[in-house]
Design a protein around this ligand. Structure first.
Ligand code: NDP
Ligand code: MG
Length: 381
């Protein structure tokens, strides 16, 4: 790289934010942090500001904090924006980054689930790349690179054939802490039980989503949008070791997989250097005493999976509603207002309304998000 890449890290105080700052700090010759954001962790943000004095910082819980962040993105125009904000709050900053012509290294899956069509359309128009950071999608994205660019001379024609080339995308899931629980046992689990993820160390919302498999549900929808594939082509397999991050089965029946340690710094590294594959100092997978298992998911114990496939098939505003209802249910579970198994019940209740209106403009997406949350809250009460 000749000039330093100017990077924004949104959600800098979170789990993805911390991993991003670690990766960027390893290569100060090539990267410079120009913008940092957090929501309410003022002290942590101030500490980061001391570490990266040339970066602008935004605390979004402050009055007009979100607006300030959005204008900072559009003024600064980072080369790359890493979006590690949790939840629906990540959508507007993603759009602001794309509008500003910044490439987006996207961990905030809600951006794609809520507004896939809008976001992908805008990225195309503004000629910016959206590189997935979610480990499964990162795996598929980089696997596909080998079939669309490097091994094929006529890449463009190959891209057009993607639909017939890929027969399945297979997302792996750790199965979370309740993989071996019976439904009866799952009725009684506590917040603490659900927060104890066996392989990944992540923020609280996504950790609960991993326990209910809503995280995989969101990722099913995310994969349909990112790779422009029908929901039927997205499969899920439980892989408790979280070493295989996802697989693609091509039309010849052969499966290709991506393996690395369960460490989000891998997909972050790959996203910020994309399209170049560069050496990393992260610990590689060792095959000494490694056993890999693959198990069919139990769709009765984890109804959030089928709800996601249905929402993806129905399209329109259903994916957005799946996300909004689940966010409200997870917040209520974290506040101990509902039981763990109420999460899918609440989500299903909200999805049963008619969300087939096909207006996928930002205003309609945000209105729907609000309505779905209100319905979920009313149902909880
Ligand atoms: P964390 O909860 O650890 O961090 C969230 C970050 O976003 C914090 O910096 C937080 O600031 C900020 N934030 C919270 N609420 C708002 C808001 N309303 N407006 C603006 N900023 C806000 O989350 P994770 O790092 O675990 O996850 C971030 C995103 O990445 C999620 O979309 C998640 O699904 C996705 N992801 C995460 C993975 C992981 O390993 N953690 C793996 C794959 C995807 P503050 O500290 O001040 O609250
Ligand atoms: Mg993931």
């Amino acid at each position: 790289m000749s000039e330093k890449k100017r990077i924004a890290v949104l959600g800098a105080t979170g789990s993805i934010g911390k991993s991003s700052l670690d990766i960027i700090s390893r290569d100060k010759d090539n990267f410079e942090i120009v913008l940092l954001s957090s929501h309410q962790s003022r002290q942590k943000l101030d500490n980061l500001k001391d570490q990266f004095p040339s970066a602008v910082s935004c605390l979004t819980s402050e009055e007009n904090g979100t607006e300030k962040l959005l204008s900072a993105i559009s003024d600064i125009k980072p080369d790359i924006t890493i979006n590690g904000i949790s939840g629906a709050a990540g959508l507007k900053p993603s759009l602001a980054a794309i509008e500003a012509g910044s490439h987006l290294a996207l961990a905030n899956k809600e951006t794609i689930v809520m507004a896939g069509q809008l976001v992908m359309g805008l990225a195309k128009e503004k000629k910016v790349n959206i590189i997935p950071v979610d480990s499964e999608h990162s795996a598929i994205f980089h696997l596909l690179k080998f079939f669309t660019e490097e091994t094929h001379t006529d890449a463009r024609r190959h891209e057009e054939n993607k639909e017939s080339l890929i027969s399945e995308v297979i997302l792996t899931a750790s199965g979370g802490p309740f993989r071996n629980y019976t439904l009866q046992q799952m009725e009684k689990v506590t917040v603490q039980d659900a927060l104890a993820h066996p392989t990944w160390n992540m923020g609280p919302k996504i950790t609960i989503d991993s326990a209910s498999m809503a995280n995989k549900g969101l990722e099913i929808i995310e994969a349909c949008v990112f790779f422009n594939l029908a929901p039927d082509k997205i499969k899920v397999v439980i892989h408790p070791q979280s070493i295989v991050h996802s697989m693609i089965r091509l039309c010849n029946g052969v499966i290709y997989a991506q393996l690395s340690k369960p460490d989000m710094r891998h997909p972050i590294h790959d996203a910020i250097y994309w399209p170049v594959t560069t050496p990393s100092t992260l610990e590689p997978v060792s095959f000494d005493s490694l056993t890999l298992e693959f198990i069919k998911p139990d769709i009765v114990k984890f109804p959030m999976l089928n709800l996601a496939w249905e929402a993806a098939k129905k399209g329109a505003l259903y994916p957005n509603v799946y996300n909004a209802a689940n966010e409200i249910a997870v917040a209520a579970f974290l506040e101990q207002k509902i039981r763990f198994l109420d999460i899918p019940k609440i989500t299903e209740h909200v999805l049963q309304k008619d969300w087939s209106a096909n207006n996928l403009e930002l205003e309609s997406i945000l209105d729907t998000d609000k309505n779905a949350r209100l319905i979920a809250k009313k149902y909880i009460e």
